[in-house]
Design a binder for this molecule. Structure first.
Ligand code: SF4
Length: 426
């Protein structure tokens, strides 16, 4: 058995970099420090792999790359979509390909934390590394997020149960959960505050008013399903922290007022930080392993985090117009290149249906619903298992992925670059 230590798990945005893997005959024999999600994913990693396919017929790797280049070259308005489960190097090459083909480029961020990113552009976000939060935060708030189920190792590595420098254990931290239902994370908290569905914005604004010394108005003595006294008590709790941290999930970004929810939460942080004695930070609980990287890489390359259009040869940004769901649902794109994603399995039906009507290329190590309909299937190596590269954790800390198994297929980065070279040299 060969042992690999400090392997980075890419199966969620927490990117735990303490996984120990024992390997024999190019197979994983033992895993240490893996959570229930990652254990299942590692076990499945070498199964259901894709092979090169064109129109349902098995082909060669070279031919699928050539066919992909031909489709994108002949397209008048292509879409490049996915990107959140691949490396920063592949994301960078995808942006280059979008520029070359005048494509729209969008990541899965537009259907998860994109609204939070738009709010960040309006009001700014005070944040920190997970290490700093682990060491210092005495009040942790989870709002519309359920890491106990979605990021199982997050709480013991960075938050509730982590051993920090100054905050050593669960008893050194107060934990509050705001959510519409009592999740497993809420069961671990000191206090669970049930928010009326779709009313997060009202509650956040009420908290802001109280923290700023004003009284919020309410019709029947209730706001977001809570008595004013309960909201005042929550505001007092927030004010009592020395170092507070708010982790938010899609329960905040994709419900009710959407990006205005996150705007209100970021504004609440700003209000709380007006007291010089207190520090508050905020962080999205990112789902896909490198979804944070997709925004960072795209912003570094184009100036914008997602929903970018290159039809005029320079980047233009407009969520709602250049986001994949809108482009597909409005039938505005005539070809699609899906990188490490499964839009047929995840996007609204109307958007996914258009993918079945246009030439679609998928680059993914595993077979998924989109592969079933794709005209071209390009296999690829497994990020963090058979392919190395760079990924960004939810707190924007970049981590290196080390390959510990061998693969017969090249990685995403090479495939995307090769398609670009064929188009450039045609
Ligand atoms: Fe992997 Fe996320 Fe589990 Fe950590 S919490 S081991 S990154 S799936």
């Amino acid at each position: 058995l060969k042992t690999f230590k400090n392997i980075t798990c890419t199966f969620c945005g927490a990117l735990c970099d303490n996984i120990e893997v024992k390997v024999k005959d190019n197979k994983i024999e033992e895993l240490k420090n893996a959570c229930a999600i990652s254990r299942k994913k590692y076990e499945h990693a070498l199964k259901d792999r894709t092979v090169p396919m064109i129109n349902g017929q098995e082909s060669t790797y070279q031919k699928v790359i050539e066919k992909a280049a031909e489709i994108l070259k002949n397209s008048k308005n292509p879409l490049i979509y996915g990107l959140s489960s691949t490396t920063a190097e592949a994301q960078k090459n995808a942006v280059k390909l979008a520029e070359l083909t005048g494509a729209n480029i969008d990541s899965t961020s537009s259907v998860c934390h994109g609204p939070g990113t738009m709010a960040k552009q309006l009001v700014g976000m005070v944040t920190a590394t997970l290490g700093e939060i682990k060491n210092r935060s005495d009040l942790m708030v989870f709002w519309g997020a359920n890491p106990v189920e979605a990021h199982p190792n997050h709480s013991k590595r960075y938050t509730m149960l982590a051993e920090g420098l100054f905050k050593k254990s669960r008893s050194d931290r107060e934990v509050i959960v705001f959510d519409v239902r009592k999740t497993p994370t809420a069961k671990m908290a000191d206090q669970f505050i049930r928010v009326e569905p779709g009313k997060d914005f009202e509650l956040l604004m009420a908290l802001r008013l109280i923290i700023n010394g004003k009284e919020p108005e309410s019709k029947n003595g209730k706001i977001a399903g809570l008595d004013l006294a309960e909201i005042e008590a929550a505001a007092e709790k927030l004010k009592s922290a020395n170092y507070g941290s708010i982790f938010y999930g899609m329960g905040l970004t994709m419900t009710g007022a959407k990006y205005m929810n996150t705007w209100a939460a970021m504004s609440l942080i700003r209000d709380l930080n007006n007291d010089q004695q207190r520090r508050f930070v905020m962080m999205p609980m990112r789902g896909h392993g490198n979804v944070a990287g997709s925004e960072i890489t795209m912003a570094w390359q184009t100036g914008y985090p997602f929903a970018v259009n290159f039809s005029k040869a320079y980047p233009r940004y407009n969520p709602g117009e250049y986001t994949a769901v809108d482009l597909l649902a409005n039938k505005e794109v005539d070809a699609a290149f899906i990188i490490a994603s499964d839009p047929v399995g995840n996007l609204p039906k109307k958007a996914a249906a258009h993918l079945k009507d246009i030439p679609t290329i998928i680059l993914d190590p595993h077979w998924n619903f989109t592969s079933d309909f794709a005209d071209v299937v390009i296999p690829s190596a497994l990020k963090g298992i058979t392919a190395s590269g760079t990924v960004y954790r939810m707190d924007h800390v970049p981590l290196h992925l080390r390959a510990f198994l061998e693969d017969e297929w090249p990685n995403d980065q090479e495939a995307v670059a090769e398609i670009g070279e064929l188009i450039e040299n045609a």
